[in-house]
Design a protein. Structure first.
Length: 525
């Protein structure tokens, strides 16, 4: 993890410190960028069309958007954008709901279950949830933008960085400013981000490390934009025993794009960028989401809506047939308009017949709207009708949630797990968590997701347990003549049932405490 301390900005014009061998490292960054740009080039037209047809403000064209401009010339129906917003909001409520504890920390197999470890886990969970829910870190504001990008483009990016003011800072990055590359396992391990800052912002962040050109801009035109590259990639040939950030597993370089000047070089202990993909084709680094699936329907819907508007306009204000010599002066077809014709002439202004079946057009348009809503899972996420019983509603909701199972698996692997690990490690290194218990082995913590989707996936296992108990109930009601209970571990069943239904780990007593209670009971009896 790269720890950046606040810098005192020097006066513009001060010389930058020399950086030996920086040129070669910068050239390596630009060489990587060239290959990653070529691999991403064919995605840009697709992303641009997705944004223009569904949500224009998400356009990936960097530097070509005017602030405050609608850019919605191709949008004639708001159903796709509304469906996208609903799906993104539903993901936020199902995966990272701020009103619910959406994850828990548990001990892995073989870890000592004692009071010290329990207190450590409980404190860590509360501190992590506070970081995700506090306004200063910006997580809840950024994660909604991430879900929008994920559902629209199929790829989303969040940057998680240590911050001297609020410990952790979250930032959702536009898909148009990042370049991704995978390792042999299909995990994103190399990211280059191209973005821009005002010259005064660059000067405030890096101070004397800025180039002479940026120092001049900060002094003469502080609002002029400066393009920056941030490259994060595995560091080969590092010294794993060195505590220096330049020997961390991941290299981090900030470079001025125009001058190719190295601003900062450091490293990370874990990837600071989370890059979830909705679904992914083999050999592709970028994902494919519901927006791409719905694109053909969205094209047709916008075209049909545009045609219907033109037809309705023609019916309300049809074209006119006017004799070429029977009228004096121009023809006024507006309200209260007067058109003069020659006295004694039988010529009249007539409307050109326009025959359009608007009801058929509306029916066809509504079918497209329904198809788009289904693609964005509106039918799966819709609430149950009020007439359904509690049991029916629970079963239906559980079945609906299982539809999102594949998406949940990828989100856990590519977003939630690395996110929690990154924040946990930052808090631990910054002293925001209690010291690691000596009795707890490293790597013995397990993240248990308590979202409604995760709970729905566990319902099948809970139903199997319930069916087994119901099947054996008649035999056990006879006093267990065959000693069937000898085959079961009641303590294991009870703890497993608690985990299936998402009970917090601190609700259960440690194994050692249970053993002591039983020994005391036996001593009294």
């Amino acid at each position: 993890m790269k720890k950046r301390t606040p810098k005192t900005a020097p006066e513009p014009g001060s010389p930058a410190e020399p950086q030996p061998h920086a040129e070669q490292r910068v050239e390596d960054v630009f060489s990587r960028l060239s290959g990653m740009e070529a691999a991403r080039a064919h995605w840009l037209p697709l992303w641009a069309e997705l944004a223009s047809q569904i949500m224009p403000r998400k356009s990936p064209a960097l530097g070509q958007r005017q602030p405050g401009a609608a850019n919605d010339d191709a949008v004639f129906d708001s159903t796709p954008a509304h469906s996208l917003e609903l799906l993104a909001s539903a993901l936020g409520g199902l995966l990272t709901n701020p009103a619910l504890p959406w994850f828990d920390l548990r001990l892995g197999r073989g870890a000592p279950d004692d009071e010290g470890a329990r207190r450590f886990l409980a404190h860590c969970r509360e501190r992590l949830l506070a970081v995700f829910n506090t306004e200063a870190t910006g997580f809840q504001a950024c994660v909604h933008e991430l879900y929008l990008d994920l559902c629209l483009f199929g790829t989303a990016v969040m940057h998680v960085e240590a911050d001297p003011d609020c410990v952790v800072r979250f930032s959702a990055r536009p898909v148009g400013e990042v370049y991704l590359a995978e390792d042999a396992r299909g995990v994103v391990d190399c990211i280059i981000r191209r973005y821009s800052l005002a010259a005064r912002q660059a000067w405030r962040q890096w101070g004397r490390d800025c180039s002479a050109e940026v120092r001049r801009q900060a002094e003469n035109s502080p609002e002029e934009r400066v393009e920056i590259l941030h490259a994060v990639f595995p560091r080969p040939g590092r010294d794993p025993l060195s505590p220096a950030s330049r020997d961390f597993p991941l290299a981090s370089l900030y470079v001025e794009a125009a001058t190719r000047h190295l601003l900062e070089e450091s490293g990370y202990l874990e990837m600071p960028y989370m890059c979830p993909r909705w679904a992914k084709a083999p050999g592709e680094a970028y994902g494919r989401g519901p927006g791409l699936t719905a694109l053909s329907d969205v094209r047709v819907l916008n075209a049909m809506s545009r045609t219907a508007l033109m037809a309705a306009e023609k019916m309300s204000d049809p074209p006119l047939m006017v004799p070429d010599d029977g009228f004096l002066g121009p023809i006024h077809s507006g309200p209260g308009g007067l058109s003069y014709y020659r006295a004694g002439s039988h010529d009249r202004i007539e409307s050109l017949p326009v025959r359009v079946d608007l009801a058929a057009i509306e029916a066809m348009t509504e079918r497209r709207r329904q198809s788009i809503r289904r693609i964005f899972l509106a039918d799966q996420l819709a609430p149950e009708p009020a007439r359904a019983t509690a049991t029916e509603a629970l079963i239906r909701q559980s079945e609906k949630m299982r539809v999102l199972g594949p998406t949940l698996g990828r989100m856990q692997a590519e977003f939630l797990a690395p996110l929690i690990e990154r924040v946990f490690n930052i808090l631990l290194r910054e002293g925001e968590l209690p010291p690691w218990p000596k009795s707890l082995p490293q790597g013995s913590l397990h993240v248990d997701y308590a979202s409604p989707i995760a709970r729905a996936q566990r319902q099948a296992e809970a139903q199997n347990l319930d069916q087994a108990v119901r099947y054996l109930a008649p035999l056990l009601a006879q006093g267990d003549p065959f000693h069937l209970l000898d085959n079961f571990e009641p303590d294991a069943i009870a703890r497993h049932a608690a985990s299936l239904f998402g009970l917090p780990s601190d609700y259960l007593r440690p194994v050692e405490a249970v053993r002591q209670i039983r020994q005391a009971r036996q001593a009294r009896g």
